[in-house]
Write a protein that binds this ligand. Sequence first.
Ligand code: SAM
Length: 458
Amino acid sequence: MLQLPSDFVQQMISLLGEEEYNNFLQAIQEERITSIRTNPHKISTSCSGLEQVPWSRNGYYLSERPIFTMDPLFHAGCYYAQEASSMFVEQAIQQHWDKLESSEPLFLDLCAAPGGKSTLLATLLNGKGWLVCNEVMKSRIGVLDENITKWGVPNVTVTNNDPKEFGQLNGLFDLILIDAPCSGEGMFRKDDKAIEDWSLDNVKLCSERQKRIVADVFPALKEGGLLIYSTCTYNVEEDEKNVQWIADQLGANILEIQTAEEWNITSSGIGYHFFPHKTKGEGFYLAILQKTAEEEMVRIKTPKQMPMATKVISESCKNWLTSTDNIFLMEKDKVVVYPSDWTDTALFLKQNLHVIHNGLTIGTVKGKDIVPDTTLALSWLLNTEGFSLYNCSWEEAIQFLKKENLTLNGVEKGFVLFCFKGAPLGFGKNIGNRCNNLYPSEWHIRMESALDKYSEIL
Ligand code: SAM
């Protein structure tokens, strides 16, 4: 029997009533639900045998949790293992898309690591506009960057900043998502540590911190822009009271989201709750607001440009991309591509924030060669016709992802794009007797225990 803090039990009984609380208690002791969201920019996948997450176009439930690490398509960014309730962000944005000032908007995901909601925002932007994914904790930036890169997003900046460092970018963003650090009541089914750490004092602390985070970043939201506030907790201190505070104190209208009755999502009048005894997903809360407070927009000063790539470089890489309206810049020895419409904004962000990843790195100049980058291999803009392809078996794909060198018979010397079921994984350089593996060392599979455990998901 799950041991829950008595203050938490009291809080949930007053929120749900005694009878419903018992259903809640039973639900959080059941197996957690596994779901994935597929990437429409990667291989076309048939998910016909899978149950759809009803509020998400590309979301599906799995009947059990596989070892994702052993599926090469997971590493290829063909899907993301995302908790189903979180996919509701899609409804919030799509239902209010017409309120965005621009059809190519600028989005900020302020608390982004490990990147589940960022990959969803990127899918909704569909390669248009620009996405800034930020994470304040240095130790969590690597995983965010990896997930964004694997998802293949070309129109992105990944940053490592404190929310208050965005405050200077007045009125810049059309939409800000704040998936706030919280007391994690909705994670009790998944995470014993969340139960251990819970206390009324911690709820209060979280609630104060959440207000601080929102207030710090709020100036960066355009007047009329959209703010999504979400937590994975149920209490009113961190949810309804904070959202009401944003509306009253910072200046915003709380918007409605239409939900189908059979989704069993609970509207509290101020936002939407996902309770595990009612909705098929983990505990989650979300509200969407539109900023009413006046905000002058910061002027994007054209920053000192990074040097342009030479004509020889840009000509030899042009065939690597499916898009044509690009600017090729050099960042030390790296060739980075920006869409021409967004270059100034991306470089302006680089001047004002601690940028980890900006635009699309396509390769590194090494002597006479330009060594193609894994970011390119995984990108939506990759032109596969620009490379010789090698279609791997599952065993070879795992070898490649473990960063082992493979021997390729009958394959020309030079750069080779390794694919699994048509999905690119990364590059190698074939030198004849072996193919040097160019997969990033920090990503390679270290798990040895499950090498025979391939369950085919897509
Ligand atoms: N949005 C993520 C996703 O969908 O994968 C999950 C985000 S998690 C709920 C909250 C994030 O807020 C964590 O990555 C955490 O490091 C970050 N965080 C913690 N303290 C913060 C603070 N004071 N300001 C901003 N972010 C903070």
